[in-house]
Design a protein around this ligand. Structure first.
Ligand code: FES
Length: 122
């Protein structure tokens, strides 16, 4: 079963939507379920100043993305890369075992967006 925090976050997720003129975009798919996650970043210097996500994913994907986007906002790119799906799962008081893979989606999409930014700016 989902924790109360997962249920509450799924019902009231933060940072949902798109950013106009983003500095970076990361899109990843989950091979287990076929769900898709898209992360938009605004970056100033080396700092993530805004982040939003769109997903065709399950409740766990929405909840973990909400938490992950809150965690990376205001962080430098290197700090954001250190955030692991286990940190996100802990912040949500755990996930059912069969839903752990959903939490990887946001982490991978953030990494893909940072890769996108670095490839555009290097
Ligand atoms: Fe696809 Fe959770 S079942 S992201």
């Amino acid at each position: 079963m989902y924790s109360q925090k997962v249920i509450d976050t799924f019902k009231n997720p933060k940072n949902v939507g798109a950013i106009e003129n983003p500095d970076a975009v990361g899109t990843v798919g989950n091979s287990n379920c076929g769900d898709i996650m898209k992360i938009y970043l605004k970056i100033d210097g080396d700092v993530i100043t805004d982040v939003k996500f769109e997903t065709f994913g399950c409740a766990a994907a929405v909840a973990t993305s909400s938490v992950a986007t809150e965690m990376v906002k205001g962080k430098t790119l290197d700090e954001a890369l250190k955030i692991k799906n286990s940190d996100v799962i802990a912040a949500l008081d755990g996930l059912p075992a069969q839903k752990i893979h959903c939490s990887v989606l946001a982490e991978e999409a953030i990494k893909a967006a940072i890769d996108d930014y670095r490839s555009r700016n290097n």
